[in-house]
Design a protein around this ligand. Structure first.
Ligand code: ZN
Length: 222
């Protein structure tokens, strides 16, 4: 909202300059002699710069929503990227993301949408945050698909990680699976070691051939 407000303000400054080039100001008989083109150009450029960020995120939310609907097999799915302010006032401020099964609403906390955006530009870098950001997307989509149990949800997401990565534009199957296996062999196993709250996301049955294996044809661990 802040970015939009600043953008509108600078846009208004530019428009006002043009307006007074044709219409006299209050108390004046004639309009301004000249419209300052550099001034108008500068204000419009600043206005566009402030609008760029929210527009970029708006487009990314639409993109994520479209993919979440496919992955979750639920037309209710929709994705929101929290700003810093949204995150501060979010009751689940310490979770990287959360989902509400009833409404289909998926929320990414700040700065996880940005991390996902960066990662999709360079998935080959396989940064920890980047790899995790796709897992968050897949995990929340599995909640919307109907699963509430955290361990089962995370395991379903792991098996669909490669599918999710490809939906999001990582065209190479090999790279999509490498990303997923990076999460499975490192981040996921860390959850078991850390235990506590984090451990609720882990099950030793989440492995090829074990109880939680859904034997998907495009499974990450195939
Ligand atoms: Zn969850």
């Amino acid at each position: 909202m802040l970015w939009w407000a600043l953008s509108i303000f600078f846009f208004w400054l530019g428009l006002r300059e043009i307006y007074y080039g044709f219409i006299p100001r209050a108390g004046f008989d004639s309009p301004n002699d000249v419209i300052s083109k550099p001034y108008v150009l500068t204000t419009f450029v600043i206005a566009a710069a402030f609008a760029y960020m929210p527009l970029r995120y708006w487009a990314f939310e639409r993109f994520l929503t479209e993919k979440a609907i496919i992955l979750s097999e639920s037309s209710k799915a929709h994705v929101h990227c929290n700003t810093v302010f949204d995150t501060m006032f979010d009751r689940q401020v310490f979770a990287a993301g959360h989902a509400q099964i009833e409404t289909g609403r998926i929320v990414f906390q700040h700065p996880w949408c940005g991390r996902l955006m960066d990662h999709l530009d360079h998935p080959e870098k396989m940064t920890r945050e980047g790899v995790f950001s796709i897992q968050i997307f897949a995990h929340e989509a599995m909640h919307i698909r109907g699963e509430r149990d955290e361990a089962k949800t995370d395991c379903q997401a792991i098996q669909r990680y490669a599918r999710a990565a490809q939906l999001l534009g990582i065209t190479s199957t090999t790279l999509a699976k490498e990303n997923g296996m990076f999460y499975y062999t490192q981040g996921y196993q860390d959850r078991a070691a850390i235990g506590g709250m984090t451990g609720q996301y882990y099950s030793d049955q989440c492995a090829p051939g074990k109880a939680l294996d859904e034997k998907l044809p495009d499974s990450t661990w195939n």
